[in-house]
Design a protein around this ligand. Structure first.
Ligand code: ADP
Ligand code: ZN
Length: 731
């Protein structure tokens, strides 16, 4: 049989397709190039992934319509990584590759030449500056900058405000003119911030990584917040840069990693590039290309930055490696942390996973000798670690969720001029609204969920599908004389209670409702740091990233909802959260106190977290997982299905189970199908089938059989289904 090109079409297709190679270039050199190919009635974009034996007779194979790239855009190792990931996560290779390319390249456009957008002041602009024309503060600032050297797009992030609107205004008035300039290769070191001298533990950690910098090895850099992990990253990146090698830094969320990003920018200037979801498609494509051709020394980005070609990658860093947001939860469900480790392995380079509270997966890898632990034992400034204490609130009066004991502790801290941080992971006013007259409860019509009262916006809304209603237009009309009342508390209600209990104190609420606009969260954090806030109240957003040295008391308003969450990772998430929140508090000479309100002071997880260290919790958590046969002691995947009809998903999954049960290895456990934790969501009924095995290979083999059974299932077009390998939740 003839040799032909195997093309992964950028579409949800599990197989690759055969095409004739164009005459001329050596086919093997084309692996990784984009092509346009005839497909069905039209044409599609695809990537050549292999050259091999044709699986059809030569006359049935079509020619490629267009060879878009003359040389591959993806280095062979990145292509191999994408195909490996497609296999590992049972996802169509074309869709995985679609996630690798920025949108413009996915559409078949040529790579953006690596010119950078910039702005220069026009003559009229210069005049406006000098002749006293009235300008806004921001306008004057931006115009002033552009009147000197060209103001580069890459420099905008160092401005203290979002400059895009100002740039538009000034361009409209023809005071600024857009130009494209070559990116700066390096900037003078004199303007850059100096590196700190490492303490002993930091120096040891750096040396360990750098000693074996030409080999693959995964390091777990463990140290509490403030122990100096970021400084280690900075030193490692500098060593890489000095050797002409690139560093890839993965972070959970851009908004929450501001401080880390700024520190890299202050040290490395324009050698740093950022990739995250707030960028436009154009900006992404530009950064991608600059990285590909090697103009960037350090790339910092969220999940998808993992897929950026870096011609001379020398080190991968994953900060806050335990963070759940490294796992993509829709479409191509992959763990950026895990693939980052694989990437380092393929490239033969070190990878550093940093965390104050490592995931149980990474902990178990250390125990099995697969990862090397590096520990930063103390806070750099020699500060005292926070004290954690449970606050038994059983039968105590609670106002807006707050006990008197907590409020008294707050009084004391506030009197001393320090700040308080309260944590409650529930937005809105109250999570349950019912009618005292008839017992009616406000429920979502499309989900098995209750509607949450949002008083500020006057809405009852569903936190799962977004549906809801406006109370002004559709008041509660469940019975002739409705008497609506609420149960439970959300952040809005705590804020109300705080305003009553602490009049005159400056209270700031931080959640997705109060921080809708871009830049608002950063401004809020700046206000806290500037001492303009006394009491800070917020959700998950507060638990990560930002350090607040003047906060000396942290109150966790409701630990119970977390302790009793059903999922197998609930305990791990709880312990991480408490320790992360605690890590935000107290610095320098002021120790922090963390008070955790609970109705279950004897809960084993809570007690372990309170009475001992994270390592003790890890031991407990791992023992429980092992006894229950859960990850990381087993490899797990879940097959989820959903449909408008309640019986269908279960029927579909039962069929899959029946068809595969006798084919899979004896060690493979199939559990379910069972209804999902929330069976109905956004109008669809959902069910899950769990698959687990002690050996990864047995799971992979079972998944192949399951995929085959799905392809043969008569119900497959009547349900939506997906496979989630290494799921965050089993439900
Ligand atoms: P982490 O990333 O673990 O939270 P950081 O690297 O941010 O820790 O360090 C915490 C604080 O200590 C920062 O303010 C940092 O500037 C300072 N710091 C870190 N390393 C050193 C060092 N070797 N000498 C002096 N200060 C340091
Ligand atoms: Zn809903």
């Amino acid at each position: 049989m003839a040799r032909c090109l195997k093309v992964a079409v950028l579409a949800p297709m599990r197989q690759v397709f055969d095409y004739h190679a164009p005459a001329g270039p050596d086919a093997d050199e084309l692996i990784g190039c984009r092509v346009r190919v005839p497909f069905g009635k039209g044409s599609r974009l695809g990537v050549i992934v292999e050259v091999g034996e044709a699986s059809l007779s030569a006359e049935r194979i079509k020619n490629v319509t267009e060879l878009i790239d003359q040389t591959p855009l993806l280095p062979g190792s990145l292509l191999a990584l994408a195909l490996w990931a497609a296999d590992y996560y049972c996802h169509p290779p074309g869709e995985v590759l679609a996630a690798v390319f920025p949108l413009e390249l996915r559409r078949g456009e040529a790579p953006r030449e690596s010119l950078e957008d910039a702005w220069v002041a026009t003559a009229a602009g210069q005049q406006a500056l000098s002749n006293g024309t009235r300008l806004g503060v921001r306008q004057a600032h931006v115009l002033g900058l552009a009147a000197g050297e060209a103001l580069r797009a890459s420099g905008l992030s160092t401005l203290p405000f979002d400059a895009r609107r100002v740039l538009r205004e000034l361009t409209e008035r023809q005071w600024l003119c857009a130009v494209r300039v070559p990116p700066v290769a390096a900037i003078g070191t004199e303007s850059l911030e100096a590196f700190l001298d490492l303490n002993d533990a930091q120096a040891l950690a750096c040396a360990a990584v750098l000693e074996a910098a030409d080999r693959y090895r995964t390091y777990l850099l463990e140290g509490i917040t403030g122990s100096g992990k970021t400084e280690v990253y900075l030193h490692l990146a500098r060593a890489m840069q000095a050797g002409g090698r690139q560093t890839l830094v993965l972070i959970p969320e851009i908004g929450l990693s501001e401080q880390l990003v700024r520190r890299f920018q202050r040290r490395f200037g324009s050698q740093v590039a950022l990739l995250h979801s707030d960028l436009s498609d154009r900006e992404r494509a530009l950064v991608w290309e600059r990285c590909r051709v090697g103009e960037v020394a350090i790339l910092i980005g969220t999940r998808s930055a993992l897929w950026t070609p870096l011609s001379n990658l020398g080190l991968v860093i994953v900060d806050e490696e335990h963070d759940a947001s490294f796992k993509q939860q829709e479409g191509f469900r992959y763990s950026a942390r895990d693939i980052a480790v694989m990437r380092a392995r393929q490239d033969g380079i070190p990878v550093v996973l940093g965390s104050a509270t490592p995931s149980l997966e990474s902990e178990s890898n250390v125990r099995r000798g697969k990862y090397t632990r590096l520990r930063l034992p103390e806070r750099t400034a020699g500060a005292i670690p926070p004290v954690l204490r449970g606050l038994d609130v059983r039968s105590l009066p609670l106002t807006g969720g707050l006990s008197d004991a907590l409020c008294k502790a707050m009084d004391q801290v506030l009197t001393e001029g320090q700040q308080v941080l309260l944590f409650l992971n529930r937005r809105g006013y109250a999570p349950l609204v019912m009618c005292h007259a008839c017992g009616w409860i406000a429920r979502c019509e499309r989900c098995d969920a209750r509607l949450v009262l949002h008083r500020e916006s006057g809405r009852l809304s569903c936190h799962h599908c977004g549906a809801g209603r406006n109370l002004a237009r559709q008041p509660v009309t469940c019975c002739p004389q409705p008497m609506p009342m609420t149960l439970g508390v959300g952040t809005e209600q705590v804020e109300e209670a705080l305003n009553q209990r602490f009049p005159g104190r400056r209270i700031l609420r931080i959640d997705r409702d109060s921080m809708r606009r871009k830049g608002q969260f950063e401004a809020a954090c700046a206000a806290v740091l500037a001492g303009e806030v006394d009491i800070l109240l917020g959700t998950q957003m507060l638990a990560k990233g930002h350090d607040f040295p003047e906060v000396t008391l942290v109150g966790i308003v409701d630990a119970d909802s977390r302790l009793f969450a059903t999922d197998f990772r609930a305990a791990e998430r709880f312990a991480q959260l408490v320790i992360q929140v605690a890590g935000r508090a107290g610095r320098g000479s002021k120790p922090g106190l963390v008070l955790i309100q609970t109705h279950h002071p004897d809960h084993p997880v809570l007690r372990t977290v309170l009475e001992s260290d994270y390592p003790d919790f890890v031991a407990l958590g791992l023992a429980e997982r092992e006894a229950a046969g859960l990850p990381p002691f087993t490899a797990m995947a879940v097959i989820r299905a959903e449909a408008g009809q309640q019986a269908l998903p279960t029927e579909f999954l039962s069929g899959i189970r029946r068809a595969t049960k006798s084919l899979v290895a004896a060690e493979v456990r199939l559990a379910g199908p069972v209804p999902a934790t929330m069976e109905r969501r956004a109008g669809k009924f959902r069910a899950v089938l769990m698959v687990s095995a002690e050996r990864r290979g047995a799971l992979a083999d079972a998944l192949l059989k399951i995929l085959k059974a799905i392809e043969e299932s008569p119900l497959r077009h009547r349900v939506r289904w997906h496979i989630d390998v290494d799921p965050e939740e089993a439900g």
